[in-house]
Design a protein around this ligand. Structure first.
Ligand code: AMP
Length: 380
């Protein structure tokens, strides 16, 4: 127990959280762990708009879990990734997400620096802002920050840049993706320190797909509207992601204006799958979106149903592709066509913890190795 609290304290000493203005209107603002910091129409933030209350938002960072709880105190609305925060309610702000302080204005983001065992940490200064303190919470994982590659992609339309029909086993199975199981704390921190040395950026891992869209190693095809990339941690023999070139962070930001784009994405996915199936008629594909995607910039998965991949390692991987957590692209299109918006599926994350079962015969499976063995042999 004592060791646990000592570990908590160590993390508290090293992991720092900052609020940064996307328009660089003010210096970064430290958000010390578990100390509510109130922001609003104050000289520190340089906000003078009367619609913004002096005490518009209360921000409480959790440096262990790397998120910030945002409570709206002001009368006018604030948003996280375009979604309104209800008055006096707390919403979770993750690294990489946009926080608009009031009425879609004054964009900010949070980021975290340092982690346990990390020798290079920045010193946070407690801001001179109204605060009140509360108790400690439990420690959690640290997630590696990916290196952002600055590579340009050719502007040629509909250009096939990589062989499309090769099974995807060439990438490392080490993943920064949220569903991947945590590696030991120290190794994560070493990797993070390493990545910080190479790329001094605080872009969150959830932004990795935007960099991937410009990575010639990953891009297989593109046109005016979309980019197709290989999934870096494929969960099956064939696994691609199709992303719009326009910035759309997730399916929940879709409107009826995007229906044609979604149909185009699906068509491109079906064409890719057809290319494979022409040569291997037994390969089956699904096309769809995760109920709550972990990576920003909306993407449709094109995934073969063999699930033969060394990157498929956990129950969460499995359930994210084989339960209702995987939403068929046609369902998303239908929802927009009939109701004008995409259903809120945030409560579906519980499906990720469902017991393992075969996606074909539905037979329960004890663990991942047993499941892998079973699906290799299970017929429809
Ligand atoms: P989700 O956001 O849950 O729909 O899934 C994100 C997908 O992106 C996963 O299948 C990951 O394996 C994949 N992924 C994560 N990081 C990268 C990256 N940097 N490049 C390409 N694919 C990635």
């Amino acid at each position: 127990m004592r060791i646990f609290y000592r570990l908590l304290k160590m993390a508290d000493d090293t992991v720092k959280c900052y609020l940064e203005c996307c328009k660089s209107s003010h210096p970064k603002l430290p958000l010390p762990h578990n100390v509510p910091v109130i922001i609003g129409r104050t000289p520190e933030l340089g906000i003078t708009d009367k619609l913004c209350s002096r005490s518009q938002l209360e921000l409480t960072s959790n440096c262990y879990k790397r998120y910030v709880l945002v409570k709206r105190l002001g009368a006018n609305t604030s948003q996280i990734n375009g979604i309104d925060i209800e008055k006096n309610k707390s919403s979770r702000l993750e690294e990489g997400q946009d926080l608009h302080v009031v009425n879609g204005k004054f964009p900010h983001r949070v980021y975290f620096t340092g982690c346990q065992n990390d020798t290079k940490t920045e010193k946070a200064v407690v801001p001179k802002l109204p605060t009140k303190s509360t108790g400690l919470t439990k420690s959690d994982l640290f997630i590696k920050q990916p290196e952002r590659k600055k590579l340009k992609v050719s502007e040629n339309k509909s250009k096939v840049l990589n062989s499309k029909i090769k099974p995807q086993e060439k990438f490392s199975s080490e993943s920064v993706y949220a569903f991947d199981s945590p590696s030991p704390m120290s190794s994560r921190c070493e990797k993070k320190a390493e990545s910080n040395k190479r790329a001094p950026t605080h872009k969150h891992w959830s932004q990795g797909l935007k960099a991937a869209m410009e990575d010639p190693e990953l891009v297989v095809q593109e046109d005016e509207q979309i980019v197709v990339i290989k999934d870096k941690y494929p969960k099956a023999k064939y696994h691609w992601l199709i992303l719009p070139k326009d910035s759309i962070s997730s399916t929940k930001n879709l409107s009826t204006d995007n229906i044609e784009l979604l149909k185009h994405i699906l068509k491109v996915g079906q064409e890719l799958a057809t290319e494979v199936m022409d040569k291997q008629p037994d390969v089956e594909f699904r096309f769809g979106y995760h109920a709550v995607a972990s990576m920003s910039q909306m993407h449709m998965h094109v995934i073969s149903q063999d699930f033969q991949s060394s990157s498929f390692k956990t129950k969460k991987h499995w359930n994210s592709f084989t339960t209702d957590y995987f939403v068929d692209a046609t369902d998303i299109i239908n929802e927009l066509e009939t109701g004008g918006k995409v259903k809120d599926r945030r409560t579906m994350t519980s499906l990720l913890n469902e017991p393992l079962k075969c996606h074909r015969c539905k037979k329960p499976q004890k663990n991942i190795p047993t499941l892998k063995k079973h699906i290799d042999s299970c017929q429809k």
